[in-house]
Design a protein around this ligand. Sequence first.
Ligand SMILES: CC(C)(COP(=O)(O)OP(=O)(O)OC[C@H]1O[C@@H](n2cnc3c(N)ncnc32)[C@H](O)[C@@H]1OP(=O)(O)O)[C@@H](O)C(=O)NCCC(=O)NCCS
Length: 179
Amino acid sequence: MRHQVQLPAGLSLRPWAPSDARTVLRAFAEPLMERQADAPVATFADAERWIERRRGQWRRESAYAFAVTDDADTALGGVAVGRLDLRHGTGWISYWTTSAARGRGVATHGCRGLAQWCFTELGLFRLELGHRTDNPASCRVALAAGFATEALQRQKLAWDGVRHDVETHARLATDPQPA
Ligand SMILES: CC(C)(COP(=O)(O)OP(=O)(O)OC[C@H]1O[C@@H](n2cnc3c(N)ncnc32)[C@H](O)[C@@H]1OP(=O)(O)O)[C@@H](O)C(=O)NCCC(=O)NCCS
């Protein structure tokens, strides 16, 4: 299984490393990112644990989280596949980027590269993702990475007493490569 994926524009995918802790801590300090974490990341030790959980998932083969890095090996964001169902060949994709790295294709390239990796390295057939309907940037990334819109899940998520609609997308191994 390949652990490194070269992407366009000098970007790469590689597994998270302990040396990424400072980047992870800074990334999750942003209010927009709080809900992307599976547990609060408020301290350097939290960031180290966040990375160690991802490395543990990789070892157990339950999920695969990659840092999207630049040509200096600095992490600009993350893409991951989890909720693996090998019987049906499905997985759930997620992505985020640091605020400083946004708007230059990091999530799109990362998501495209991860999808290809899932099809070739894990043999998955169907990759799924979902975003809140008030997150148009995430929708742009999904479409640009070849994930077709599938459904609207009404009021699926509840945050602070407010319910939010979620739009789901999926990409099949047999779908055309995104342009
Ligand atoms: C969503 C997110 C991953 C996008 O990362 P990114 O690296 O900036 O994405 P890209 O540069 O590859 O593409 C961003 C696209 O969104 C568009 N976009 C950005 N802000 C937008 C907005 N407010 N409204 C509409 N489109 C927007 C950009 O124009 C671009 O589209 P284009 O390529 O067609 O011009 C990033 O904003 C993020 O991490 N947000 C917080 C976490 C999150 O929401 N993750 C997804 C959860 S489902």
